[in-house]
Design a protein around this ligand. Sequence first.
Ligand code: SF4
Length: 256
Amino acid sequence: MAATHRISRPPAAVLRRAYDLMHQRFGHQGWWPGETPFEVCVGAILTQNTNWSNVERAIAHLRAADALDPQKLFSLPERRLAELIRPAGYFNVKARRLRSFLRVLVEQCDGDLARLFAGETAAARARLLATHGIGPETADSMLLYAGGHRSFVIDAYTQRIFHRHGWCGAESRRPKAEGRGSPGACEATYDELQTICQTALDHKPPAQRLDYWQDYHAQLVMVGKHFCRTRRALCDQCPLGPLLPPAGPNVARGPD
Ligand code: SF4
């Protein structure tokens, strides 16, 4: 059923100012999730429901096994692949998802990421979303950091920060099965939030916008990790403190 709610949008100037404040504090991140585009894609699947340090350990195992190559990784038996990525958690599920991705990459694109990411962003995104185990956040991470496509990534940090600042409507009362019912989540759907960001942050020339959106997401991750914590927001130390509503963050305070 189509959503009927209206989402309040923050002025574009607020989101642009947010970047300036984060960038002033943290500097340009240049942290992209992986040393090569293929690693970015593998990492985007492995990072589902776990933190990045666990992904790094799993990728180190793949590197030690000389398997960080589409054909080599696809040739591994699923059980062996699951063993190698065990540090990332949910390793059996993720091994299946990785193999689904690799099947598309190897069998349909001859192992060539350029072919996987070919064409307009919408077409490349649809190709990824049609693959088992790849949802919008995973697809957009691949597109933005490996595919050279301007496709803004929305993650749990983004949702929490936007919710606490009132940039994405009231807290959801939708069921958890839709993925938006947890404290700190937004009323806005993934696509709505992505549209808010992409519309507000389209002021840079196209040649600069890819790096800008990559870095914008990386800055939000820094804020989410270090200040905008799940149970306790450290607003008095956070670079986004000046952008809080007068009544303070939209958050239930509690122990961290
Ligand atoms: S910690 Fe406070 S100021 Fe920082 S992003 Fe979260 S709600 Fe905003």
